[in-house]
Design a protein around this ligand. Structure first.
Ligand SMILES: *Cc1c(COP(=O)(O)O)cnc(C)c1O
Length: 358
């Protein structure tokens, strides 16, 4: 049976990425060698890093004065690298969920942290809107897409201090006005490549302002100077990410992705609202994520949750169980997920409604 993969991460990637990665594992660039057994300092691999950086810059229209690097340690490592490199006295954070809270926890090791607003009072089911960013903060940190709760901050904020964004689960899903950001980071495993690599986009002039010494491996400047090759980087995840970037370009780039993602999300949210068994978990439409759609059973059908999960599974739906802190269901509609999968999920929901709705 055809599987429809709605997993939140690691998650679906383009078929092209899977196939070309498999080929490179067996025979990279017709060298008669696996990409896993060649030097990261070889010309062939350096070309991979350079093309990946160039495609990042092209696809996101990254202006002059920014660097792009690839690092190990996932997005969670960035929760500590950001304050290590940028926090001298005080940093501001917007608390929109578990990931934001983890970032806040790490920042507190390095200085004062001001939480400008939080949506914790409603289990993070909205994006706080009215807050003031302290003008004397070293930076302001946001999480643009809250993977667990299905909320998304879809506009690029204007900040009086460098804006730092965790875009792990919405990078390349829409155009981003990069010049409004000081730093953008994310783990690859949602919309870009396999787990094991994180990307960081940095405006060069925000670095070099903290007085503490920074250990080499945690120092952005050092990784920039070494073009992500200071030590052995996650070679295969970087290569797979490059393949996804090539696919993205070929598909029409982030504009095309945004259009497609909006179509997918609109169809699914419409069905959740229409279907008598279900309701969305994020009340405000403008806060609803285009990438991660969360919903639950209507109150009177609550006992049917497990049954719907089994029914959906029997129809080939994978990964729609909601995160334990929200419950219910979550469908992740990353770039590589075809609209046919969304339609198959909707049909499944409709069939279940016919069977169960009173
Ligand atoms: C998945 C995720 C993370 C954690 O990523 P790791 O690479 O596992 O550290 C952080 N932030 C957001 C928004 C995520 O979706």
């Amino acid at each position: 049976m055809k599987k429809h993969n709605f997993s939140a991460g690691p998650s679906i990637l383009p078929q092209y990425t899977f196939e070309e990665t498999a080929k490179a594992v067996m025979n990279f660039n017709n060298m008669g060698l696996s990409i896993m057994e060649i030097s990261h300092r070889s010309k062939d691999f350096e070309a991979v890093v350079n093309e990946a950086v160039a495609l990042f810059k092209e696809l996101l229209s990254i202006p002059e004065g920014y660097s792009v690097i690839f690092l190990g340690g996932g997005a969670s490592m960035q929760f500590c690298m950001v304050p290590y490199n940028l926090l001298e006295k005080k940093a501001a954070y917007l608390n929109t969920g578990v990931w934001a809270s983890k970032a806040i926890k790490e920042a507190k090791y390095f200085g004062e942290v001001v939480e400008v607003a939080s949506s914790k009072d409603a289990n993070f089911n909205y994006i706080p809107r009215n807050f003031t960013i302290p003008a004397d903060a070293d930076y302001f940190h946001i999480t643009t897409n809250n993977t667990i709760y299905g909320t998304e901050l879809k506009e690029d904020l204007t900040s009086p201090v460098p804006l730092v964004a965790d875009m792990s689960s919405d990078i390349f899903s829409r155009p981003v006005d990069v010049k409004k950001y000081g730093l953008i980071y994310g783990g690859a495993q949602k919309n870009l490549g396999p787990a094991g690599v994180a990307f960081v986009i940095i405006r060069n002039d925000i670095l070099g302002k903290v007085s503490r010494p920074i250990p080499s491996m945690l120092n952005y400047q050092l990784h920039i100077e070494n073009n992500s090759l200071y030590n052995t980087p996650p070679v295969l995840p970087i290569y797979s990410s490059l393949l996804t970037l090539r696919w993205l370009k070929e598909q029409g780039g982030v504009q095309a992705m945004q259009k497609r993602n909006h179509e997918k999300a609109a169809l699914l949210y419409e069905e959740i609202e229409r279907n008598r068994l279900f309701k969305p978990t994020v009340p405000k439409k403008e806060d609803r994520s285009v990438m991660n759609v969360c919903w639950v059973m209507e109150e009177q059908y609550k006992d049917l949750e497990q049954e719907f999960l089994s029914f959906a599974q029997s129809r080939g739906m994978v990964g729609i169980k909601g995160h334990r802190s929200v419950g219910g269901f979550r469908a992740s509609l990353y770039n590589a997920l075809p609209i046919e999968s969304v339609k198959a999920l909707i049909e499944t929901m409709q069939e279940f409604e016919k069977m169960k709705a009173k």
